[in-house]
Design a protein around this ligand. Structure first.
Ligand code: PHE
Length: 356
């Protein structure tokens, strides 16, 4: 190889070795093999070479071109690999670092109780049903065998809502979750079991009453449903919910227009210590009964073929008893100190106690 080619070869190889990044590498590539590169210029000059030298010179130039091209490609591969390594090193994250501390939200005791009820009744095969807060008179009262001038309407301190445009009858803010019994019977095919956790409203406000509160309704409709099923279901529920396996439960005869017979359900507790299941006192927890045949018929179910039981309870009340919360009012005040004290960790599942 002639001296000038040899010099070009060594100079190129040396500068390739010195190039530490792809930008420097590309400048070398262009300076040698580019349109106005040094080797390209030599190839162009070949035509001016004396004919007797041309062949040898041409062959030497081609050998050099192949060599330099290979060296340039090899350096490119090296520099690309190095660039990738550098990037991987720079973007490395330490997955063992502890996470940033974040403010942790808590579950409101009412939501927690609803979740627990859904878990316990869910394990007994109940589904969750829902209905609107604004109801018509017929579903809240009429279909439930509470006629127009029945005293139950006054007992419930109903909030009335003006009739919507084009309708004659005013609406109500539902005074209980029982209208969802009506909705469930009208839309489901028996047999079925539902619970209805939801908001309810009565014009009543003091330390133990809020104009908006929550209830959980239950309804079971089937062919051979008896009072025995009602009692077994509610005893199991109350023992699971309060976490007291031998919780005393008492059924006391009562009256509701939509159940016959009707029973109020009491649990044993100690008035002195507040201990659920302890002591000799009784505490009323829920209303229940066998669905009154007229209600079944009002809702399109033949009472000669199907019967069922229903129950309803106040969510705030059982929540206060279970967790020893003394006052009803802070439930709705969004006071963070109260929520931090009585709230529940969202990651701890609603516990299922023995007995379900
Ligand atoms: N709806 C009744 C109330 O609000 C409770 C209840 C529901 C009673 C279902 C019997 C059956 O007091």
């Amino acid at each position: 190889m002639s001296d000038d080619l040899d010099a070009l070869k060594h100079a190129t190889l040396a500068s390739l070795a010195e190039a530490t990044d792809l930008r420097a590498w590309d400048a070398i590539r262009v300076a040698v093999l580019g349109k106005s590169g040094s080797l390209t210029a030599l190839l162009k000059e070949l035509g001016k070479t004396a004919p007797e030298e041309r062949k040898a010179r041409g062959a030497a130039l081609n050998v050099l071109k192949t060599e330099l091209q290979a060296a340039i490609d090899a350096r490119q591969a090296e520099l690309e690999a190095a660039a990738l390594e550098a990037r991987l090193a720079a973007e490395r994250i330490d997955v063992t670092l502890p996470p940033q501390p974040r403010a942790q939200g808590l579950i409101h005791p009412i939501s927690r109780t609803m979740e627990e009820m859904a878990a316990i009744f869910g394990a007994m095969g109940f589904e969750i049903a829902e209905g609107p807060d604004i109801e018509d008179d017929w579903r809240n009262f009429g279909a439930l065998n509470i006629p127009a001038h029945h005293s139950a309407r006054e007992d419930m301190d109903t909030f009335y809502v003006p009739a919507p445009e084009g309708e004659a009858r005013r609406r109500v803010l539902r005074t209980h979750t029982s209208p969802v019994q009506v909705r469930s019977m009208l839309t489901r095919t028996p047999p079925f079991r539902v619970i209805v956790p939801g908001r309810t409203y009565r014009a009543d406000h003091d330390a133990t009453h809020s104009p908006m509160f929550h209830q959980c309704e239950g309804l079971v409709i089937g062919r051979d449903i008896t009072l025995g099923h009602l009692k077994g279901c509610l005893i199991d529920f109350l023992r699971a919910f309060f976490g007291v396996t031998d919780l005393p439960v008492r059924f006391r005869s009562s009256y509701f227009p939509f159940t016959e017979p009707s029973m109020e359900v009491d649990i044993g507790w100690s008035r002195k210590t507040g201990e659920i299941g302890g002591g000799t006192d009784w505490l009323e927890i829920l209303g229940s009964g066998m669905v009154q045949p007229k209600v079944l018929a009002n809702c399109g179910i033949d009472p000669r073929e199907f019967q069922g039981f229903a129950f309803g309870m106040g969510i705030e009340r059982v929540t206060m008893l279970k967790h020893g919360i003394p006052d009803l009012r802070p439930f709705y005040e969004s006071d963070l100190r109260w929520l931090r004290h009585y709230g529940f960790n969202p990651l701890s599942p609603a516990m299922l106690h023995e007995g379900v």
